[in-house]
Design a protein. Structure first.
Length: 209
């Protein structure tokens, strides 16, 4: 099937049984978190060292008994945005964001992760304090790098989030959205943070084609 165009491939092998294209795959929770931080420009790439305990809200820690003593947040804030591989994992508690994206069971051996697509994943990306925090940081990065012009901000946002330029229609809708929301919220930065949150919630952000 090498060299077969997308149209012919989809017609001949719609279920991709012959692997004429890369099988669509959803990112693991750890990769989703790292991607959020990378887009926002907050990812700390420091290697090695002890496990990091990031801050979690009281609702996120609901499932952890005696959370105050069992979840001692790392004192240095710069450590909180280390790569997910360095975050502390407890056998009896899974970070809610990771749990939404099918984190492996820590109490038993896990030879292979399952991958589900369920509504709670969208809710986690929409309502997670971490995602909203990084959306705001993403907005600040875009304004810092591109200034206030939506015409420059939108293409940069697409490049960082999706690795491609926006289509003409996407750019037009995004620019119109920023204008409309800035007028409603009275803040260009708040409007841009909403757009960044929408990009983080797009299927293209969490799926690899």
């Amino acid at each position: 099937m090498a060299g077969v165009g997308a149209g012919r491939g989809a017609e001949t092998d719609p279920e991709d049984r012959l692997l004429w294209h890369f099988p669509r795959r959803r990112l693991e929770g750890e990769a989703v978190r790292d991607s959020l931080l990378a887009c926002a420009g907050t990812l700390n790439l420091k290697p090695f060292g002890p496990a990091v305990v990031p801050p979690l809200g009281s609702q996120e820690l609901t499932g952890l008994f005696d959370a105050k003593s069992k979840w001692p947040v790392t004192k240095d804030p710069a450590e909180h945005t280390r790569r997910s591989v360095y975050l502390m994992q407890r056998r009896t508690f899974t970070s809610p964001l990771f749990a939404a994206f099918d984190a492996p069971e820590a109490m038993t051996s896990c030879p292979q992760r399952v991958r589900t697509v369920v509504p709670t994943q969208a809710l986690a990306l929409l309502n997670s304090p971490l995602v909203r925090e990084q959306s705001a940081a993403f907005a600040r990065r875009l304004r810092r790098e591109c200034g206030d012009g939506a015409e420059d901000i939108v293409p940069r946002a697409w490049r960082l989030a999706f690795g491609r330029a926006p289509t003409a229609a996407e750019k037009e809708r995004a620019v119109a959205f920023l204008k409309r929301r800035a007028e409603a919220l009275g803040s260009d930065e708040a409007a841009l943070a909403e757009l960044c949150l929408a990009l983080f919630n797009a299927n293209e952000f969490v799926f690899i084609d």
